[in-house]
Design a protein around this ligand. Structure first.
Ligand code: SAH
Length: 476
């Protein structure tokens, strides 16, 4: 270990920052946040420090640096632009046994300031021992994205109830289990849902309960997006990292599942290769069973859970049974396929609205208002329509949509295997058959789809008037 990690309590303790520029200002602000009594010394101050001095938050020593400024301080930060001066400040500090940090100069420093993630009272600090501060910052960003923003509130709550928790669970083992429950169960779920009062009530109720029965877990309905793991939200990533059990649709890509906690139990539900479904009641029962056993359950669905995903039914069912739930939206196929095929879903001149439509089964086709869907100047995004292209085309044309309306049919949108087929409505079924387009594919129909031919940028483009490909160099 090159450095000794240290969390210093500076509240009310005098510290000195030498320098008047914005680096010195940043250091002073950080020290103020930790409650230190900050004095800044410099011949001139930049606007930020001048403001802090005017507000009386920082004391000011005007003029050239003098060693006497260090008297009575606990820490010294040298943030001047001159290395010789910084070096002198450091030498004076070392002689007085002060802890000295010279900004960006580990060789002159006796302490360094780590990259921090602040979820006070939780602090995560990262140091590369001065070797590669940029890498430490990159790591900080990654860890930051994995730490629940509600964790600070959870710790504050735990801090207030610490004595009562200790009294209620005198035994260390049961106390540890209680803290696990606090983190994994409904209290934290309520905090994430911005319901702090409810969270506190749940904590109080748990402390008042007399039996030691295992408290309930929680369920997150999480949208996994269309397949590209880069399209997951930070909340989705965090939920996957914290899950005990993941119930996922068959369509979820392995790359997304790879991001889940290694020891999470993964259960595939939904459509199998052969076309059989896990009945919705079975999924409900599984969700309930695992949540009631105190586990953190993630119900992972393709795209968005509330767009043709039955997420609404699952949420209602779980709420009826008193299970703590959260819903994490995902990027739905229509948005992803449009973006990845270069088609804007709306356009000030050509499309003032977008309709998300499902063509799942005969029943849903029969109940659609075709006359309405056939109207011009709107974009249709048709889900689950590959097997029904013939009928969709027939109905739209019969109800007045022109056979020359452009379409883009996007197969495996956002995945490396993406193919985008373009053409006009009249030739849609024949083209799709010729290119053997298979589910999952999303049909975008409307004037805007014409843009795919020129704006397409991802995967393969089919059906367009083939642009002249430049000759490839022969392998030498
Ligand atoms: N909840 C999902 C939709 C589930 S219905 C969402 O919000 O996206 C399943 C249908 O979504 C598929 O039949 C297909 O039409 C569409 N779909 C899902 N993922 C897709 C993808 N990667 N590329 C193209 N279409 C996709």
């Amino acid at each position: 270990m090159q450095l000794y990690p240290l969390f210093a309590d500076l509240s009310g303790r005098p510290v000195l920052v030498v320098g008047g520029g914005d680096v010195a200002a940043r250091k002073a602000s950080m020290l103020l946040r930790a409650g230190a009594t900050v004095t800044v010394g410099a011949p001139v101050l930049g606007p930020e420090l001048r403001e802090l001095v005017q507000q009386g938050r920082v004391a000011y020593r005007d003029g050239a640096y003098q060693p006497g400024w260090q008297d009575g301080t606990w820490l010294v930060v040298a943030a001047t632009r001159s290395r010789p001066l910084n070096s002198r400040i450091a030498a004076d500090g070392h002689a007085r046994q002060r802890l000295v940090n010279v900004v960006d100069d580990p060789a002159l420093s006796s302490f360094q300031v780590p990259a921090v993630i602040d979820r006070s009272p939780l602090l995560v600090a990262i140091s590369s021992s001065g070797v590669a501060p940029v890498l430490a910052r990159r790591l900080r960003e990654r860890i930051e994205s994995l730490i629940d923003p509600a964790l600070g509130s959870l710790l504050q709550l735990a801090q207030r109830y610490r004595a009562r928790i200790r009294a209620r669970y005198a035994d260390l083992g049961t106390r540890r289990r209680f803290y696990d429950w606090l983190h994994d169960g409904p209290v934290n779920a309520s905090l994430r849902a911005s319901q702090p009062l409810h969270a506190e009530q749940q904590l109080v109720a748990a402390l008042a309960r007399h039996d030691e029965s295992k408290p309930q877990g929680s369920v997150a309905l999480v949208g996994a997006g269309p397949g590209d793991p880069g399209l997951l939200t930070l909340h989705a990533l965090r939920a996957l990292n914290e899950a005990d059990v993941i119930l996922h649709d068959e369509l979820i890509s392995p790359q997304v599942l790879d991001l889940a906690r290694r020891d999470a139990v993964q259960i595939a539900v939904g459509k199998r290769g052969g076309g059989t479904h896990t009945p919705q009641e079975t999924i409900h029962a599984l969700l309930l069973e695992h949540a009631q056993a105190g586990r953190r359950v993630v119900r992972l669905k393709g795209g968005d859970p509330f767009v043709f995903g039955r997420g609404g039914e699952e949420l209602a069912f779980l709420r009826e049974h008193g299970i703590a739930c959260e819903v994490v939206p995902g990027i739905t196929a229509a948005l992803a396929c449009a973006a990845y095929s270069g088609v804007p879903l709306t356009h000030r001149d050509h499309a003032q609205s977008v309709r998300l439509v499902t063509a799942h089964c005969q029943q849903s086709l029969d109940t659609l208002d075709w006359a309405d869907l056939a109207r011009e100047r709107q974009t249709l995004a048709v889900y689950m329509g590959v097997a029904k292209l013939e009928e969709i085309t027939r109905q739209l044309v019969a109800h007045g949509r022109s056979a020359s309306t452009p379409f883009a049919l996007v197969e495996n949108g956002s995945l490396p295997t993406q193919r985008t087929l373009v053409g006009t409505l009249g030739e849609l079924p024949a083209l799709a058959t010729r290119h053997a387009v298979r589910a999952p594919a999303l049909l975008i129909l409307g004037e805007v789809a014409a843009q795919a031919e020129s704006s397409h940028w991802y995967g393969e483009l089919l059906g367009a008037v083939a642009a002249k490909a430049p000759a490839l160099a022969n392998a030498a």
